[in-house]
Design a protein around this ligand. Structure first.
Ligand code: GCU
Length: 422
């Protein structure tokens, strides 16, 4: 009897373990045959023939992404107030002014605070600006001792001494290699950043904290997840930037890396005020095609990060073929605005090739709108950026955002903003 029980227990235990083990596919020959939805064909099957028709088709695609992937952000408005809390007139060796601004978003009797960090070149002119969330708090992006240490929830990381979900002084400047602020300033761009955990702490709490708590409506399977929350927060920062006289609001670039690269794409799709979008190594649920089933999959991402998307997205766990959209269509929602997508050779989890194919498949929409789109149909060599209205590079190395990436983003922005002025 005992033996039967032990055997049954062993079988159950190993079956459970087996069910949980996820082995990503990194073999091109094992990619299932797949058909990408055509962004230039209406849901009805009719072709999209011109710019006016594209706007209607865009709405169809947008609605599908809202309902089935990221979730719908509430339409209600919040009241925004701002207070400058610190200023360094001599940041970046005297080349920039660094400001910290406390933004408060209020809805009825509920409110949240976002701490915005802003570096602006002392050019005396309106400047183009990169707006991006950061992963670990504003104090981690620069060694400037005047930047406040975040008091918001941060993920524990015992290796660096974070054990009670609080950051501290020791983390100052720890992410500065991802934020080459002096170089960005030297090229005439401003940088604005906000800690993504201020907008919505990155853990599954049933949406009781962060921006979600501002809206009290009943949630359903298409309600917004965290990515939509972070993107919405970036739009509220844009509301503030529109009032900053040194910022050229027609040249605000929304940028993000990894989960924040997914966020940047959704922010660009939801808010046309972002004149350009940069998405670095955004992978699954970002710029990479889902239907290739290469690297991270829909089931995997919904399991590891159940709060990132709306719950409808879970319908496509292990059923990517049923998805009514794929991520190339997310890219089309940014058209005709310039879009730059970048990947790293060793970051297979993010599917560099699937990201490239996504750019290729988004290109016809740009072309219909009279833009160059994405030139070429072959993967470029390492560090050979493709520069159409959609730009792309693959660089050697791992999952990260570094000075090389930023240099390419700025080259691309120079090119496109120059074109706009000519
Ligand atoms: C994980 C996750 C990715 C995400 C990345 C990040 O690797 O699986 O989808 O992009 O974290 O944000 O760092």
């Amino acid at each position: 009897m005992r033996l039967i029980f032990l055997t049954a227990f062993f079988l159950f235990f190993s079956a459970t373990l087996f069910a949980q083990a996820f082995v990503p596919n990194y073999d091109e020959s094992k990619i299932p045959p797949y058909i990408l939805p055509d962004p230039l064909v209406f849901n009805s099957g009719l072709p999209v023939k011109n710019k006016t028709e594209w706007e209607k088709r865009r709405t169809e695609i947008f609605n599908l992404f809202e309902k089935e992937v990221y979730g719908i952000a509430p339409a209600g408005k919040v009241h925004l107030t701002s207070v400058v809390v610190s200023k360094n007139e001599n940041a970046c060796n005297g080349q920039a002014v660094r400001t910290e601004v406390l933004l408060t978003l209020q809805k009825d009797d509920r409110k949240i605070d976002l701490s915005l960090l802003l570096f602006l070149p002392k050019s005396g002119k309106k400047v183009p600006l990169f707006l991006a969330c950061n992963f670990n708090g504003n104090h981690t992006v620069s060694t400037d001792p005047g930047i406040s240490v975040t008091t918001s929830w941060v993920r524990n990381n015992p290796q660096v001494g974070i054990t009670s979900n609080k950051s501290d002084e020791s983390r100052r400047g720890s992410d500065s290699s991802s934020w080459p602020i002096a170089e960005i300033i030297a090229r005439g761009y401003g940088v604005a950043t906000v800690y993504y955990g201020d907008i919505d702490p990155d853990f599954d709490d049933g949406f009781h904290n962060g921006v979600h708590q501002l809206f009290t409506g009943i949630r359903d399977s298409s309600s917004w997840g965290s990515i939509a929350g972070w993107a919405w927060g970036l739009s509220r920062v844009m509301d503030y930037l529109e009032k900053v006289k040194e910022v050229d609001t027609k040249e605000v670039i929304v940028l993000g890396h990894s989960r924040l690269g997914k966020t940047a794409l959704w922010a660009g799709a939801t808010d046309k005020r972002f004149a350009m979008v940069v998405s670095n190594e955004s992978g699954c649920g970002g710029a990479a095609l889902s239907k290739r089933i290469y690297g991270e999959t829909v089931e995997r991402i919904n399991t590891s990060y159940p709060h990132w998307f709306c719950t409808n997205f879970r319908k496509y766990n292990n059923k990517e073929e049923d998805l009514p959209v794929d991520q190339h269509e997310l890219l089309t929602l940014i058209a005709p605005r310039p879009l730059y997508v970048s990947v790293a050779e060793e970051d297979l989890w993010c599917d560099p090739k699937g990201t490239f194919l996504s750019c290729v498949a988004a290109s016809p929409v740009y072309q219909l709108l009279g833009k160059k789109g994405f030139p070429g149909k072959d993967m470029p060599d390492l560090q050979q950026p493709v520069l159409g209205t959609i730009g792309y590079h693959i660089r050697p190395g791992k999952h990260a955002i570094n000075l090389y990436d930023w240099s390419c983003f700025m080259n691309f922005a120079d090119l496109n903003f120059q074109k706009r002025k000519n």
